[in-house]
Design a protein around this ligand. Structure first.
Ligand SMILES: [Zn+2]
Ligand SMILES: [Zn+2]
Length: 303
C-alpha cells in the first residue's frame, strides 16, 4: 500500500507532517542534519518516512527522534522509526517511565463535554517500552541534532512534557502544552480554525501545571507556533494571542482532574484522584434496561 502524506513547510527549516488528527515535525534545512519531533499514530511509520524523503531526499535519516511526550498519538510510531533509521529517541527524564514499560499514563476522563472527550474512549493510555532506544534529553537544555534549539519542561498535559524553542526567531513547537485548535468542537476536527486553546482535556491530568506551562511559553513571545493538534500559527500576532490566552485556560472544574491532579514522579503515576461517574455507560445501561423491559413486555403480551 502506498502511504499518502503531506508536508507543510510553514517556517524556514520546519515542516509539519499531518498524521490523522495529530502533527509530527521535520526540523532542519534540506541538505543539513535534521530531527523528527514526535512520530504520530501507531502504524504510520511509512507515511512519515515518505514525508521525510520528500523533504530531505531518498534514504533521508534523522540525527534523532525527539518526543514532546509519550502519548500514543505522538510516540505511536517512535519505535518503528527508530529501528528503521537506527537512531535514538529522546524524551524528558520524567517521561521515561511511560517509555520504558514502568508506568501507564493517567487514565483519560471521558466525562468532560466535547468531541475529544467522546473520542477519548477509543484511545489508549498505556505506556510503551522502547528499551534502550530511548534516552533522557541532555540536562543543559540542548536538543541532540538541533543546534540553536532548546527544550523547555512544560508539564501538565504529562509530567515530562517538553516544548522546543528555536532562539533565533522564537519559533515554538508546543506539543500538547496547548493546542492551536478547539479540540472540543466536532466541526473544528475537520475545518481546524486557528486558535490557541487548551490541550486535549481528557488526557490532561494536572491543570495547575498546564496553566503554569502556558504562562511560561507566553512569556517567550513566540513568533510562530506548531502544536501537536491544529494548524501552525505564524506572524507577530502569535505572541499576542498566546499572552491573551495566558490565564484563560479552561479548567474542567468538577471533572476528575479539574478537582485534583494525578501525582507523578520519576517512577510514573503514583496517585490518582477518584474517577467521576461516566454518564455514557449509565445512558447505555439505561437504554439496555429499557430494551430488556420492552422485550419482556412484548413476550408477556404475546406479540
Ligand atoms: Zn498528549
Ligand atoms: Zn496529542
Amino acid at each position: 500500500m502506498t502511504a499518502s502524506f503531506a508536508v507543510d513547510p510553514f517556517a524556514p527549516g520546519v515542516a509539519r507532517v499531518p498524521i490523522g488528527f495529530v502533527n509530527a515535525y521535520l526540523v532542519g534545512t534540506p541538505g543539513e542534519p535534521w530531527v523528527l519531533v514526535d512520530t504520530g499514530l501507531p502504524k504510520t511509520a511509512a507515511l512519515t518516512r515518505a514525508a521525510a524523503e520528500a523533504r530531505f531526499g531518498a534514504g533521508a535519516r534523522p540525527e534523532a527522534i525527539v518526543l514532546t511526550h509519550g502519548h500514543f498519538d505522538h510516540a505511536g510510531s517512535a519505535l518503528a522509526l527508530a529501528r528503521a533509521w537506527d537512531v535514538p529517541v529522546y524524551a524528558h527524564p520524567l517521561e521515561l517511565p511511560y517509555l520504558t514499560g514502568r508506568s501507564d499514563y493517567a487514565p483519560q476522563d471521558p466525562t468532560i463535554p466535547g468531541a475529544i472527550s467522546t473520542l477519548s474512549r477509543l484511545f489508549p493510555t498505556t505506556g510503551y517500552d522502547f528499551g534502550d532506544r530511548v534516552r533522557a534529553l541532555p540536562d543543559d537544555g540542548s536538543v541532540p541534532g538541533l543546534p540553536g534549539w532548546r527544550w523547555l519542561h512544560t508539564p501538565g498535559h504529562t509530567a515530562g512534557h517538553v516544548s522546543l524553542l528555536r532562539d533565533d526567531d522564537r519559533l515554538l513547537l508546543a506539543g500538547d502544552a496547548f493546542a492551536t485548535m478547539d479540540l472540543d468542537s466536532w466541526t473544528a476536527q475537520v475545518t481546524k480554525p486557528k486558535q490557541i486553546d487548551r490541550p486535549p482535556a481528557p488526557f490532561t491530568p494536572d491543570w495547575e501545571a498546564t496553566q503554569a506551562s502556558v504562562h511560561r511559553l507566553a512569556e517567550l513571545d513566540p513568533t510562530a507556533v506548531g502544536a501537536g493538534h491544529g494548524l501552525p500559527i505564524t506572524g507577530l500576532s502569535v505572541g499576542t494571542l498566546l499572552r491573551a490566552y495566558d490565564g484563560h485556560v479552561e479548567v474542567p472544574v468538577g471533572h476528575r482532574y479539574g478537582r485534583a491532579p494525578a501525582v507523578a514522579d520519576e517512577t510514573g503515576i503514583v496517585a490518582l484522584p477518584p474517577p467521576v461517574p461516566d454518564p455514557l455507560p449509565l445512558k447505555l445501561a439505561a437504554g439496555a434496561a429499557a430494551l430488556g423491559a420492552a422485550l419482556v413486555w412484548r413476550r408477556r403480551a404475546g406479540w
